[in-house]
Write a protein that binds this ligand. Structure first.
Ligand code: NAP
Length: 312
């Protein structure tokens, strides 16, 4: 509820625009509900058009019933569904074009204030192989990077708009939903230093991830210092990339953070998690809504769990 309260203060100025990927179910859906309850204009992305539309309706219903239950509710803004498959370049281009038409400067809009990169993929059980490793990286790493790169102009526009509004100067926010499964210690010390390179870029992370896929294909991944975890390496790479992007866009005033939702009962975990998807949504939504001007609001390049900074 504290995140919602902070968000209400932000939204009192104007409704922030928040794009959530993979929001048709699970943690992403709950992030969308949390943000909508605070008065944000939430774009509910899903790779299936009908599922995204149904989820946006469900987000509105949940936000309306939360508002009815609360005595001091924020003004609600209807959620917008948006088809987006993060591994499909043409889908990304179409989604970004739609966002530009809705929120870009030509439409008199103020851009996109928040991007939550939540969409993710994990193969079940003991599945392990080169094709599966490639698919995992395509979604969790390359898809996340591609969506973010394509949205940066609209995020920069929101940052400039916020400054022009004479606010506290806080810029747009990017939140990457990662995992403690992406801990650095699972790879060899040599790989650790490469992932931690303070000069790392997209290319650094991309190269490392491709090396992992090649090593899985060749069967020598263990000798090369990699673990037997496609998901773990993908989330490790996503965290490394979060740090790299945070450094890159700091001068633009854009704040970038990674977080872990904890072990949540969703389709990904075959509903075995100990936490609810709403529990998992709390920290990513809090990172999106931290009140502008608050002491910790502009901390960038962190890895968060339960609203606390974690070591990697
Ligand atoms: P989930 O219920 O399976 O949801 C995953 C979402 O990602 C779905 O909306 C799915 O769409 C979407 N997605 C997958 N591939 C996509 C693509 N190519 N393009 C667009 N969307 C795509 O799982 P979840 O647990 O909520 O996972 C959300 C995030 O939390 C993931 O990044 C996951 O790694 C992370 N996480 C989860 C846990 C956990 O315990 N559940 C723990 C740590 C981190 P479809 O519905 O179309 O498949």
């Amino acid at each position: 509820m504290a995140a919602a309260a902070a968000g209400a203060a932000v939204a009192a100025r104007r409704s922030i625009v928040a794009v959530v990927t993979g929001a048709n179910q699970g943690i992403g859906f709950e992030i969308a509900v949390n943000l909508a309850c605070s008065g944000a204009t939430v774009v509910v992305c899903g790779r299936d058009r009908a599922k995204a539309a149904a989820a946006a309706e469900a987000v509105d219903a949940r936000a309306a019933s939360a508002a009815a239950a609360a005595s001091a509710a924020a003004t609600l803004v209807p959620a917008r569904p948006l088809p987006l498959d993060i591994v499909d370049a043409s889908s990304i281009a179409a989604a970004v074009a739609a966002l530009g038409e809705w929120f870009g400067s030509a439409a008199g809009g103020h851009g996109v204030d928040v991007l939550v990169n939540n969409a993710g993929l994990a193969f079940k059980g003991d599945t392990f192989g080169a094709d599966e490793a490639r698919a995992t990286m395509a979604t969790n790493v390359f898809g996340t990077i591609a969506v973010t790169r394509a949205l940066l102009p609209l995020l920069r526009h929101a940052t400039a708009a916020a400054a022009a509004e004479g606010g506290d100067g806080s810029g747009a926010r990017i939140i990457n939903v990662c995992s403690q499964a992406g801990r650095l210690g699972q790879v060899s010390p040599t790989l650790q230093s490469r992932f931690q390179d303070p000069a790392a870029t997209d290319a650094t992370v991309t190269t490392l991830v491709r090396e992992f896929v090649d090593a899985v294909a060749a069967g020598d991944y263990a000798a090369k210092g990699w673990p037997r975890s496609m998901y773990g390496v993908s989330k490790l790479a996503e965290i490394a990339w979060t740090y790299a992007l945070a450094r890159e866009v700091a001068a633009d005033g854009i704040v970038v953070n990674a977080c872990c939702p904890g072990y949540c009962a969703t389709a990904m975990s075959s509903y075995h998690g100990s936490r609810t998807p709403a529990d998992g949504a709390d920290t990513p939504a809090w990172l999106a809504l931290r009140e502008r001007g608050a002491k910790t609001a502009d901390l960038t390049g962190g890895f968060w769990y339960e609203r606390r900074l974690m070591s990697w």
